[in-house]
Ligand binder design. Sequence first.
Ligand code: ADP
Ligand code: MG
Ligand code: MG
Length: 212
Amino acid sequence: ASRAAARIARRLLRAARDTVVAHVDELGELDAVAGDGDHGIGMLRGLTAAVEASGKAQEATGVRELLQAAGDAWSEVAGGTSGALWGAALAQLGASLGSPEELTASDVADAVTDACTRVVELGGASPGDKTMLDALSPYAETLTERVRAGADLRSASTDAAAAARAGADATAPMTPRRGRARPLAERSIGHPDPGATSFALIVDAVAAVAAS
Ligand code: ADP
Ligand code: MG
Ligand code: MG
């Protein structure tokens, strides 16, 4: 069962990379509005390294080691704020999941919540600061709520991805209070946050895999 979880994690990482490949220019353009324009390429670099690291991990590797290796590789090569945060989030996800025989939906929801907490600890952002947290936080909350209400992981992750998308869209009118977009904050108004947007794209791809 532990190996099955690692196999699923590899598949999800590939799906995440594929969606970033498909949106790399769009994410770069969004980041160029008020930031430095490297969000698409940074996410692509990070995810490519994460997929590679997860592929190199031994067949017998559990999900904890696999996500740790993927997260480390991501933050190492991606550079940038989002790379550091995503790398730490993946490592935390793995640490919280551990490598148990059986992964329940509530284990996954708890681990996602821990990853969200880690991003807050590291980045110091609050909801409404116009960061990836504005998509990640509703994602973790909806996942937890739906699982507590008895939903399976497949339907809970679809609902959580929709909440992440709504959260990302809702950043458009906001003024950025964190990261590189702050000095040119005014320009960002009317455009969604790049990190929240890529987060929503990734969890949408993850939900599509979960549903397949
Ligand atoms: P950089 O800004 O270093 O070039 P990226 O362009 O890859 O890195 O990522 C920018 C994204 O990182 C922002 O759109 C935002 O979502 C996210 N971000 C920036 N600072 C923070 C923070 N302190 N906490 C959470 N997310 C942040
Ligand atoms: Mg950038
Ligand atoms: Mg940068």
